[in-house]
Design a protein around this ligand. Sequence first.
Ligand code: PLP
Length: 412
Amino acid sequence: MKQSDLLNIAKTYGDPVYVYDADKITSQYKRLTKAFGAVRHLKLNYAAKALSNISILRRMNSLGSGLDTVSIQEVQLGLMAGFRPESIIFTPNGVSLEEIEEAAQLGVRINIDNLSILEQFGSKHPDIPVCIRINPHVMAGGNSNISVGHIDSKFGISIHQIPHLLRIVELTKMNINGIHMHTGSDILDIDVFLYASEILFETAKNFKNLDFIDFGSGFKVPYKEGDIETNIEELGKKLSERFNAFCKAYGKELTLAFEPGKFLVSEAGYFLAKVNVVKQTTSTVFASVDSGFNHLIRPMLYGASHTIINISNPEGRERYYSVVGYICETDTFASNRRINEIAEGDILCFKNAGAYCFTMASNYNSRFRPPEVLWHKGEAILIRERENFDDLIRNQIDVKDLFTEKEAVKMK
Ligand SMILES: *Cc1c(COP(=O)(O)O)cnc(C)c1O
């Protein structure tokens, strides 16, 4: 997408606004598919929670993707977006047995990540096959908030509990059709990932009726210049080879599954916000935009570093800025960033705004959540309207008759 296209979208739809480039989603999908070209049966299940707008889900469905979901509502959204139930996998954590049963009734594939629910589900529904989520206890990436396969993580069934797991399967006569792991959000070292995969293969040997092995996600995409990116091609080559060898030994052509979120949508997204105030202080120059962590929380929540460019003045000389929001909290998007000179009214563009950005937005400070625009074949298509005051007040109940003015507290 060109910067001028983004500027035009901000003009047409106002600011702040999220923009997603459909072509970028397609090229990422193709790149990942190609990297695992040596595998006969490959299935990518897009992780809906990264960006769950129904039109984005439709795009994924049209590409041939499946859907990875973590709540019954995401399952329902996926069905509404046209996914066949068997193309949806429900991979929740810490949800009730009832929610899992509801998903099973809708015909989606079930992934269970603890022994308690596995035993209950297997006892009641031995005829419904389930996938199991294993925690291989491998530390992937450096940030423990986004690394979910290590020993302290709440996710998955520990590999040390396999004997207990096998006992449950035997006693309930349930059928395990898949093995799954999701080690965290950053695969920095392919060898670490391959090591975790070995644990998964080892576990898989215990089950005779598998259809698939799901390696989760964690593909890292660059957020700023110099960032390490997962070498998808190398990973694809090495894991495909290993997977094919495993299938041969196992005696069945299994499906190799992944659940990428960030990899497919992060770089396709742009967040555009307008600079309301440029404020020179004794320590820095603040550029305050018409947004905050109510719209984009990743920098404050994870310390994520989103590249920010001034698309209103791309040729201007570079200066140092602290980019902050307009809500009444410390909501710093970036400190000491070199950005082309900013004037009040300029539109700043935050890159990598496709994954975990809009989906984490809130109404904090009673602000509206921004609209979402899809850029497809050189055309801007509105896929979510900006909220308005009615949206904000919709579920609130005004108890106007409950309190009377007579109760006014006298301040004497
Ligand atoms: C969030 C999540 C993903 C997607 O992770 P990304 O880092 O966005 O690719 C995949 N699988 C599960 C189970 C998840 O919870």
